[in-house]
Design a protein around this ligand. Structure first.
Ligand SMILES: C[S@@+](CC[C@H](N)C(=O)[O-])C[C@H]1O[C@@H](n2cnc3c(N)ncnc32)[C@H](O)[C@@H]1O
Length: 380
C-alpha cells in the first residue's frame, strides 16, 4: 500500500513525522513496506496509490531488465534507452501501463508505474501495437525504436555529436580546451563529452573553486566512473600534480591517462578500493601524503566508511576530504525510487562532518541525492 498525503503541514520537511522512513513508519504503525508521497492540495487526506512497487518512468526502465524490454520490440534492432522510455510513455498514454501521478514537495509531478507489472504491461502494449489493436500504429513504435530516425537531426544535436567525438581524441580535446576560459567552460565541455561527470553543475563548480584555491599537488579519487571528475580535477589541481583514480572498472585507460596536463602525472588503477593490496599500493603512491581525497566510490554506508578509514590517514594537515552524494535520495526520504542514489553517504556525512571544519555544496536541500561535502583536515 502506498499513501499519498495531500497538503502537508507547513515546513513539513522539518517535521520528522512527515519524513517517513523505517523508524517513523514503525512509530506510526504503518507497515514498513508502505511509503508516503506528498502532493499539494486544499485538504489533508490520505489515500492509496494502487501500485505494489512504484517507480518513475525513466527509473522503471533502468530498474527492469532492459534487454527483455528490447526483445519485445525487435531483438535485432539496437534500441536506445531513450527510445525504450518513449515507447513506455506511449504505452502509458494508451492506458496499457498502469500509472499513478504524484507531486513531490519540490513541486515536480511524477508519473509512477508499478515495477511489479510494468514489463508484462509493456509487452502486452507492444504486442497490441504489432497486431494493430491500438490507435497507436506500429509505425509510431518503429519510428521510436529506429536508432538513427529517433534523433531528429538538428544543428545543436550535430554540434553535440561533434563535441562528443572531439573529446574522445587527445588532440581534438586539447583544441576544444582552447575555447575554455573559466571552470564553468570546462564543466560544460565535460558534460557534453564522452566522459561526463556524474555531478550537478553548481555543486562541482563549488568543489572546483575550493580545490583551485588549495592547488593540491597530491590527489586521490575513489570512483573514476566515466572520468568526468578526474578530468575536472586535473584543471583545478597544481600544474605538476600527481593524480590517482581508482575504480572497480576503468572504462578507457588511454583516454583518462591523457587528461593530465604537461607536468601532471595521472594514474588510473582498476580494482576494489577496500582490497588490502589496493590500500597498500595506494599508500606507496603517496609517500608524502595526499592533499585532496575525493570519495565517490562505493556508496553503501560500510563502503564509504571503510574508504574514509582506509584513506583519510593519508591526508596531510591542511588537506581536503570531499564526499559526493551527501544529500538523501527520494528512496531514503519517501521510500520512492526516482533515480537518485546516495546510499549510506548522507548518514556517514552526518556522523563525521561536525568533527571538522567543513563546507557543503547542495543545489537544493530536497533534491534527489547528489550534494558535495568537503572536510578541511587539520588546524590550518
Ligand atoms: C558515482 S560513480 C563516480 C562518478 C565520478 N566520480 C564522476 O562524477 O565523474 C561511482 C564509481 O565508483 C565505483 N566503485 C564502486 N565501488 C567501488 C569500490 N569498492 N572500489 C572502487 N571503485 C568502486 C563504481 O564502479 C563507479 O564507477
Amino acid at each position: 500500500m502506498w499513501l499519498v498525503a495531500e497538503r502537508p503541514p507547513r515546513d513539513w520537511c522539518k517535521d520528522p513525522a512527515w519524513q517517513l522512513n523505517e523508524r517513523t513508519a514503525k512509530s506510526k504503525q504503518i507497515p514498513f513496506a508502505t511509503g508516503v508521497i506528498l502532493v499539494s492540495g486544499p485538504v489533508y487526506q490520505l489515500w492509496e496509490i494502487p501500485l505494489q512497487r512504484p517507480s518513475v518512468v525513466p527509473s522503471a526502465v533502468d530498474s527492469v531488465d532492459q534487454s527483455l524490454l528490447r526483445s519485445f520490440l525487435d531483438p535485432s534492432e539496437k534500441v536506445s534507452k531513450a527510445a525504450l522510455v518513449c515507447v513506455a510513455e506511449l504505452a502509458i498514454d494508451s492506458g496499457a501501463v498502469k500509472t499513478a501521478d504524484a507531486c513531490l514537495p519540490s513541486g515536480t509531478i511524477l508519473t509512477f508505474v508499478d515495477l511489479a507489472t510494468f514489463p508484462r504491461e509493456f509487452e502486452q502494449f507492444v504486442a497490441a501495437v504489432k497486431q494493430n489493436k491500438l490507435d497507436t500504429t506500429e509505425a509510431d513504435v518503429v519510428r521510436l525504436i529506429g536508432h538513427k530516425k529517433f534523433r531528429s537531426p538538428s544543428l545543436k544535436a550535430a554540434l553535440r555529436a561533434m563535441i562528443r567525438w572531439g573529446t574522445s581524441r587527445d588532440r581534438t580535446l586539447r583544441w576544444l580546451e582552447k575555447l575554455c576560459f573559466k571552470p564553468t567552460d570546462f564543466i560544460r565541455l565535460a558534460r557534453h563529452s564522452v566522459f561526463p561527470p556524474v555531478q550537478i553543475h553548481e555543486e562541482i563548480r563549488g568543489l572546483l573553486g575550493v580545490v583551485a584555491s588549495a592547488r593540491p599537488k597530491e590527489i586521490l579519487e575513489i570512483g573514476t566512473s566515466m572520468g568526468g571528475t578526474l578530468y575536472l580535477l586535473t584543471k583545478a589541481a597544481d600544474e605538476a600534480a600527481n593524480l590517482v583514480s581508482v575504480d572497480l572498472h576503468i572504462a578507457d585507460e588511454t583516454l583518462f591517462s591523457s587528461f593530465g596536463r604537461k607536468r601532471q602525472h595521472l594514474h588510473v588503477v582498476q580494482g576494489n578500493s577496500r582490497d588490502s593490496k589496493m590500500i597498500e599500493s595506494t599508500n606507496k603512491r603517496f609517500p608524502s601524503g595526499v592533499d585532496l581525497l575525493f570519495l565517490d566510490g562505493d556508496h553503501s554506508y560500510d563502503g564509504v566508511k571503510s574508504d574514509f578509514l582506509n584513506y583519510s590517514p593519508l591526508v596531510r594537515d591542511g588537506g581536503l576530504i570531499a564526499f559526493h552524494d551527501i544529500v538523501e535520495d527520494n528512496e531514503t526520504r519517501y521510500g520512492v525510487v526516482t533515480g537518485g542514489w546516495s546510499g549510506g553517504v548522507p548518514r556517514f556525512w552526518k556522523e563525521i562532518k561536525s568533527d571538522y571544519r567543513h563546507v557543503e555544496f547542495v543545489r537544493s536541500p530536497d533534491q534527489d541525492g547528489h550534494g558535495i561535502g568537503v572536510l578541511f583536515v587539520g588546524s590550518s
